[in-house]
Design a protein around this ligand. Structure first.
Ligand code: ADP
Length: 201
């Protein structure tokens, strides 16, 4: 997938509202919480539960969720390595826009390749918080809320992460949530504590 800008005669416009203005209005800073992990590891459940808490506290919070984005923005993409790369590239760009708008935006995508996550990190800068939702594949396969592991094992889903496609664990994530041991509530608490220590909340 080509990454160079194809259009000509385009100019970057700077916003007249600053990051500080937005922070003052919102009462918190912006951040990209990049949840990564196997299917059924708990990314969406944790991101949604966190969003509820943040919302209740008056924060600008939003979740970009894997399946939802594949219904719209990324509906032209499949699960080949190239399409997975482009999927994550677009999510990174959208997350960076939400960050620029002052949101605490959570992304809940398997995002299996380290290099792709690192590109999103480079794009978003120091407010990129990589959260490894760590759960053994056997536990994920027992949970299997969408029946995907069963289908993958029957050979009905090619290139399924953890079964027939690779997952590259983060080398230096800001946070690790072991969901085989921690409850959703415990995980949310850990994220909130982390945001507080970073001065985002
Ligand atoms: P993902 O977004 O990673 O594919 P989901 O959040 O959609 O995962 O599904 C995870 C499933 O595991 C849900 O059915 C959830 O209720 C269950 N689950 C059990 N324990 C946990 C936990 N500690 N954290 C997150 N999810 C958990």
């Amino acid at each position: 997938m080509a990454e160079q800008i194809k259009a000509t005669n385009i100019t970057w416009h700077h916003h007249t509202i600053s990051k500080e203005d937005r922070k003052k209005r919102n009462g918190h800073g912006g951040a990209v919480l990049w949840f990564t992990g196997l299917s059924a590891s708990g990314k969406s459940s944790i991101a949604q539960a966190l969003q509820e808490i943040l919302f209740e506290h008056g924060c600008q919070a939003y979740v970009l969720d894997g399946d939802n984005i594949r219904h719209g923005l990324n509906k032209d993409l499949g699960f080949s390595p190239e399409d997975r790369e482009e999927n994550i590239r677009r999510i990174g760009e959208v997350a960076a826009l939400f960050l620029d708008a002052g949101f605490i935006v959570s992304t809940a995508f398997i995002s299996p390749y380290r290099a792709d996550r690192n590109k999103a990190r480079t794009l978003c800068g120091e407010r990129f918080i990589e959260i490894f939702v760590d759960c053994p594949v056997d536990v994920c396969a027992v949970r299997d809320p969408k029946g995907l592991y069963q289908k993958a094992r029957e050979g009905k889903i090619p290139e399924f992460t953890g079964i027939s496609a690779p997952y590259e664990s983060p080398a230096n994530p800001e946070l690790v949530l072991n969901t085989a041991e921690l409850s959703v509530e415990d995980c949310v608490r850990k994220v909130v504590e982390y945001l507080q220590t970073r001065g985002i909340l």
